[in-house]
Ligand binder design. Sequence first.
Ligand code: ATP
Ligand code: MG
Length: 336
Amino acid sequence: MKTILTGIRANSVLTLGNYLGALLPMVRLANEHSKDSQVNIFVPDLHSIISDVDGDLQENIIRSLKYYLAAGLEINENVHIYRQSHVPAHSELCWILNCVATMGETSRMIQYKEKSKGQESCNVGIFDYPILMAADILLYSAEFIPLGEDQFQHIELTRNLAMRFNNKYGEIFTVPASTAEQVKFMGMENGLRIRDLLNPEKKMSKSTAAENSKIMLDDTPEKAAKKIMSATTDSFDKIKFDMWTQPGISNLLQIEALVTDAPLQDVISTWAGETHYGDLKKKVAEDVSVMLEEFQNNLSKISDEEVYKLLESGEKYANEVANAKLFEVQKAFNLR
Ligand code: ATP
Ligand code: MG
């Protein structure tokens, strides 16, 4: 059985970008594949502590798991939910992979460059987290890791580490599918990148300070609508989908397609050539509000107890699988 794996850092409430770019596609894939694949959904709480956590980490962890359920995740015996820090094999394998990875390849990671930029000193975790991510993936022999486009470079790094390791020690790791295959598996032509509402050249990120740059999943529908209405556009006065020249408008078209579950091409044709940006904004604002209201309503019906019960069985499964793989690796290094 192949394994599909995904996780979202639980540092704060998630954004609409996380929801549309990661959560929703993952939930759809999980529901589609969980009859004949293992589906691992984990909270990378060790990744959370590389930067300040907004609010209470324990609450964030449980909330982010509820997000999957509220987004429609169907649970069966092949779907496993666990917390990274409750499976110690992740940090153990990370250390071993640290001894396989090179400074050069890790320093090239764009996320590291972006997150350390302008900081006088940055913690080693920010530098090392792609290696921990490789451990998260390789412990479970995961082939498919549905993620946003900003994480593709880390998938390539994971593949390189796995191949280098296998060359030296034998076929111990399953090499994850290439990013091209990941994208195909996700049913997308390209990775999905929801843009920052104020600076549409950048992606929407939960850690961006400006409130109006991002829609949070706990924003009231009214607040979210206001943010869309104040989104940065351009002065072309012509609605056209072109992320290079009109990223703000293109972002709105993309959001519209995703929240209404319509093919992007249809949304593009509907609006092609229109000149009133305000009309498009109003429509997107309305549809985002409706989506948020429904999501928040689902969320309010899920109890903590329900989540803890899933974690209990999920963590039992995860420890079994991860420890077995770790043992193979330890033996390869003559640590066992
Ligand atoms: P941070 O600013 O803390 O890095 P983030 O919003 O970038 O937060 P991550 O925790 O890095 O979120 O990523 C969670 C998941 O959401 C990943 O799979 C990532 O690829 C996806 N993702 C993040 N931002 C976007 C976005 N703007 N559009 C689409 N997918 C996104
Ligand atoms: Mg990020």
